[in-house]
Design a protein around this ligand. Structure first.
Ligand SMILES: Cc1cc2nc3c(=O)[nH]c(=O)nc-3n(C[C@H](O)[C@H](O)[C@H](O)COP(=O)(O)OP(=O)(O)OC[C@H]3O[C@@H](n4cnc5c(N)ncnc54)[C@H](O)[C@@H]3O)c2cc1C
Length: 485
């Protein structure tokens, strides 16, 4: 059976001994025992365990013709609309386990690997074989990936090209090819921002978008996370301080950690490289392979679940403290309902408008997905603001679970009760809302959704540029023609 269990996943990550740095130290020993990682590793493990649960297995796994074993749903190429529907159900089943807060559940990048490999004829040889090999190995071993596709934020001026400066190796910032060898290419420099860096089996490195004047920045590959010279420099963890799932229900379980990835003279073997200095391939990669649509389909399916969850929290808060009869409260919650229905409809519309591409993949329609993505980047912060407005001081007056069992417990039980909940239940609900929107974990969630799939300004610009507006212009011309007499 290709599908792994949670235990197998955790053991595999522990055995890799990836070079992970956090709070000034290299993680020694098992990553799964480190306070910053144990919660998220356990939560990801539970996702893998669901593949073996008889009540979820038919949703989360597929049979595979090539390896004649059950594989994770995300590795299976969808070829019919029904496949897309089933894919959506599987993504959402996993997403519900974290209220949509695990942005990089394994199905996200597995989808990229599947999409690129089933489009292998898009690549020249020997690179076509490389991506097929990476895919076959991934689905057989049920591998997970982190990924990086942006350069460090050193200088984003439109007039700056790092490659145009004369550089010694010490001056390199953005990761680039510094040597071509018989065994492979040598990469040196850094990339951002690998969420879950160090806690996946492998890392997928995709080209940075936009034009580059230097071919040494044009490459794509996947390598094991423990490849010599590969370092994951993690941000400050949020989960280390979270001691219970009552106090920090999200942080405790789902802090994914983000990391800067350093490639210190990393040798990438040729058989792991699937793009090498081919500008044209990079320019049209997302469009010609439909990578954008396939990744957005995963993301929007997850965001629907997240909105569902936000709606549940808003309504629970409003009814717990009995503010739901105020018209402005109804107005605010109806904004969340509207977002939920819009996102759900755009997702369904992408399935209804799906069409097969030349590689046989049933590709969901691009426009509804692009619209959903740009819309959510701007709307998510408003949904968070609504929760803040509904919760008011209730999001601040939040004792911990320990306080309830201390000598002030009686006061808390008396003074923090609500119309429709006992004090401890009420505080638990408000802590959930706080952790999703105001704790460091919650603030990161907002930043994550804002910048998901790229800078919102450039995302809406892509939508504008790619959207066919000819019909609308023609209609206005026709209308004006009829206004002339
Ligand atoms: C929580 C989180 C997790 C992430 N996880 C991952 C991950 O797993 N893998 C990964 O590869 N990436 C990840 N990212 C990175 C994400 O893809 C980027 O944040 C996004 O692409 C924007 O790039 P940037 O952060 O470098 O912003 P910048 O490009 O530096 O933008 C900064 C500001 O300058 C403006 N700006 C910059 N350049 C231009 C321009 N050319 N035109 C107009 N305006 C411009 C932007 O609008 C923005 O306001 C993550 C980001 C976050 C916040």
């Amino acid at each position: 059976m290709a599908i792994i269990t949670g235990k197998q996943y955790i053991n595999r990550i522990d055995d890799l001994q990836n070079e992970v740095w956090i709070e000034g130290e290299r993680v020694e020993g098992k990553l799964s025992l480190h306070p910053a990682f144990r919660g998220i590793l356990k939560s990801k493990g539970l996702l893998y365990d669901m593949q073996h649960d008889p009540s979820a297995q038919s949703v989360l796994t597929r049979t595979d013709n090539e390896c004649d074993e059950l594989i994770n749903f995300s590795f299976k190429q969808p070829v019919t609309m029904e496949d897309l529907q089933k894919r959506k159900e599987a993504i959402q089943l996993w997403a519900r386990k974290s209220g949509g807060t695990i942005g990089r559940s394994p199905d996200y990048i597995n989808t990229a690997i599947m999409t690129l490999a089933t489009s292998h004829t898009y690549f020249d040889e020997p690179y076509a074989t490389s991506i097929k090999t990476i895919y076959n190995e991934s689905k057989k071993k049920d591998l997970s990936f982190t990924h990086t596709f942006i350069n460090p934020q050193a200088n984003r001026s439109p007039h700056y090209f790092e490659s145009l400066q004369e550089q010694t190796k010490e001056q390199i910032i953005a990761a680039k090819i510094i040597e071509k060898k018989e065994q492979g290419i040598v990469i040196h420099g850094a990339r951002l921002l690998a969420t879950q860096g160090g806690m996946t089996d492998e890392i997928l490195v995709l080209p940075v978008g936009g034009d580059t004047l230097d071919d040494n920045y044009i490459y794509a590959f996947a390598i094991p996370s423990n490849t010599p010279g590969l370092r994951f420099l993690c941000r400050e963890p949020y989960a280390s301080q979270a001691t219970s799932s009552y106090d920090h229900p999200f942080t405790y379980q789902f802090d994914e950690i983000d990391s800067v990835v350093v490639f210190d003279h990393v040798l990438v073997p040729w058989e792991r490289v699937f793009i090498y200095q081919q500008k044209d391939i990079v320019r049209r990669l997302s469009i010609d392979t439909n990578l954008t649509e396939m990744l957005l389909f995963q993301a929007i399916s997850r965001q629907v679940v997240k909105t569902e969850f936000l709606l549940g929290i808003c309504e629970s808060i409003a009814t717990t403290i009995s503010v739901h009869e105020y018209q402005h409260v109804q107005d605010k919650i109806s904004e969340v309902i509207t977002t939920f229905e819009i996102m759900k409809s755009l997702l369904e519309s992408s399935i209804n408008g799906a069409a097969p591409n030349r590689f046989g993949t049933m590709v969901p329609a691009r426009n509804p997905l692009m619209v959903a993505s740009t819309y959510y980047q701007k709307t998510y912060p408003r949904l968070i603001e609504i929760l803040h407005l509904l919760g008011a001081s209730g999001l601040i007056a939040l004792p911990t679970e320990n306080d309830f069992s201390s000598s002030i417990g009686a006061d808390l039980h008396q003074y923090l009760q609500a119309k429709n909940a006992k004090a401890k239940e009420r505080v638990q609900l408000f802590r959930l809302a706080w952790d999703l929107t105001m704790s460091p974990f919650g603030s990161r969630q907002t930043q994550y959704e804002r910048f998901f799939f790229g800078d919102p300004i450039r995302q809406s610009s892509y939508l504008y540029q790619a959207y066919d507006k000819s019909f609308f212009i023609k209609q206005i011309k026709e209308f004006l023609k009829n206004c002339t007499t």
